[in-house]
Write a protein that binds this ligand. Structure first.
Ligand code: ADP
Ligand code: MG
Length: 432
């Protein structure tokens, strides 16, 4: 009892399996407004891919926040099961794995499986293709190593290839594997760039069950005919999202094409995007999709983007949102002190009850603006990130990112001002 690393029973962790990824075609819901001006607000086109790269993220020199994937501002693309408090269904000793493997797992100090391990290990043991989505640091490595080691114990001629995006990750997986198979006749070869290829080539002449490597080096070894993927019946693509980010898509396709058609394919990633979904469709057969992703943002916050047409007046678009009846208590974020002040003045001129808080105001002015907003005397508070740190205001109906936040952390922090204490809230981010 009382393991030092407690992954389980952590109420902040959410678990759940999902069968399919839905690209919701539901619009944001503001379009049914009675006001004629609202035509200038166009909810995201939601019919297919969910988000559109081109023309969305402004690429102007070093524009802050432009590197944040727009899909992160929309939370309708992937639907996961309701959040729940995690209680592992299994203990390692309950899994249908060899006794000596259980002993090595315990010797490594793992008592209870982490959520992703708990959910995926039984399916992998059954030979199913699996997609596992879980945040980094949640034990994905053992989630695939444990059942695959068991497979090799049952059939010593079984070969497994594990592909990871970086050398360090491949080496880390190899290290963990070596600990799990200590004392067994199971061998691995780690094939990564930056290390002498000669040694890797000679290792591949001996008996092995696992090859763990990075895409570039694996491809190199295939081309040199030192590695024959047709002998591998199991493959793991670890950190698939990072492999995509790093431009390994073609290498992945190349490798998968050389694998036997009848194979066991496992796919692990920290995020699930339309690109990942496309790969899953190409590479896996009737996969079991499991997501135990802890949600980055409160579940009760509906998030969407507001796209601006070229030449469209941003304040005008904002105006048309603010006059809608459900925009009762609106916190608007701007990037600079000057921009925030300018926007709040413009809104007051347009007849809105708006205040502002930013670093150019003294403490008394800031407190007054905040109080008026808290009491509901003013409908709108325009703020900079710094001024809004830690603010706990009840009943904020909407957070509007008039300027894109500098980082995703800032984004999460901003939108966390709404949807508090289990209430529903909406977050809109101006893009384009
Ligand atoms: P991920 O691949 O999801 O980023 P890792 O597999 O690298 O995560 O695991 C993160 C850390 O958690 C590692 O230090 C690992 O040894 C530890 N760990 C994994 N599973 C367990 C477990 N069941 N119990 C305790 N520690 C674990
Ligand atoms: Mg990992």
């Amino acid at each position: 009892m009382g393991p030092q690393k407690t992954f389980s029973r952590n109420p902040s962790r959410h678990g759940g399996a999902f069968k399919r990824t839905h690209h919701s075609s539901r619009n944001a819901g503001y379009s049914h407004s009675p006001h004629p001006q609202h035509s200038s607000y166009r909810p995201r086109r939601g019919s297919s891919g969910g988000f559109h790269r081109g023309g969305v993220a402004p690429k102007r020199g070093g524009r802050r926040g432009a590197h944040i994937d727009i899909s992160k501002f929309i939370n309708k693309t992937v639907i996961t099961e309701e959040a729940e408090i995690f209680t592992p269904e299994f203990l390692f000793k309950d899994f249908n794995i060899q006794e000596k493997l259980k002993q090595n797992i315990l010797a490594k100090g793992y008592n209870e499986p982490t959520p992703i391990q708990d959910r995926v290990i039984p399916h992998i043991l059954h030979g199913k293709d699996v997609v596992g989505i879980a945040n980094t640091g949640t034990g994905k490595t053992a989630a695939f190593l444990v059942p695959l080691i068991n497979k090799v114990l049952l059939n010593p001629s079984e070969k497994v290839i594990i592909v990871a995006p970086t050398r360090e990750l491949a080496q880390q997986i190899d290290q963990e594997l070596k600990e799990f198979v200590a004392g067994f006749r199971i061998f691995s070869v780690c094939v990564v760039g930056g290390a002498p290829i000669g040694r890797q080539i000679s290792s591949l002449r001996y008996q092995y069950n696992f090859v763990i490597g990075t895409p570039g080096r694996i491809k190199d070894l295939i081309e040199r005919k030192c590695l024959n993927l047709s002998q591998f019946k199991s493959v793991v693509l670890d950190e698939a999202d990072r492999m995509l980010d790093m431009g390994f898509i073609n290498d992945m396709k190349y490798m998968m094409a050389l694998m036997p058609k009848e194979r066991h394919t496992l796919f692990f990633s920290a995020t699930f995007s339309p690109e990942i979904s496309a790969l899953v469709k190409d590479f896996l057969k009737e996969p079991i999709m499991i997501s135990v992703k802890k949600q980055d943002t409160a579940a009760g916050i509906e998030q969407d983007v507001v796209r601006l047409r070229p030449g469209e007046d941003k304040v005008e678009v904002l105006h048309n949102l603010l006059i809608q009846p459900d925009f009762k208590k609106v916190l608007i974020f701007g990037r600079t002190k000057h921009g925030v002040e300018k926007l709040s003045v413009a809104l007051v001129k347009r007849g809105f009850k708006a205040g502002s808080i930013h670093g150019d105001k003294n403490q008394g002015q800031r407190q007054r603006a905040l109080d008026l907003f808290k009491k509901g005397v003013s409908q709108i508070l325009v703020a900079t990130d710094v001024a809004a740190r830690g603010l706990d205001i009840s009943g904020v109906s909407h957070v509007i990112n008039f300027d894109i936040p500098e980082s995703y952390d800032d984004y999460v922090h901003r939108i966390g001002r709404t949807g508090r204490a289990g209430n529903k809230g909406k977050a809109l981010t101006f893009v384009g």
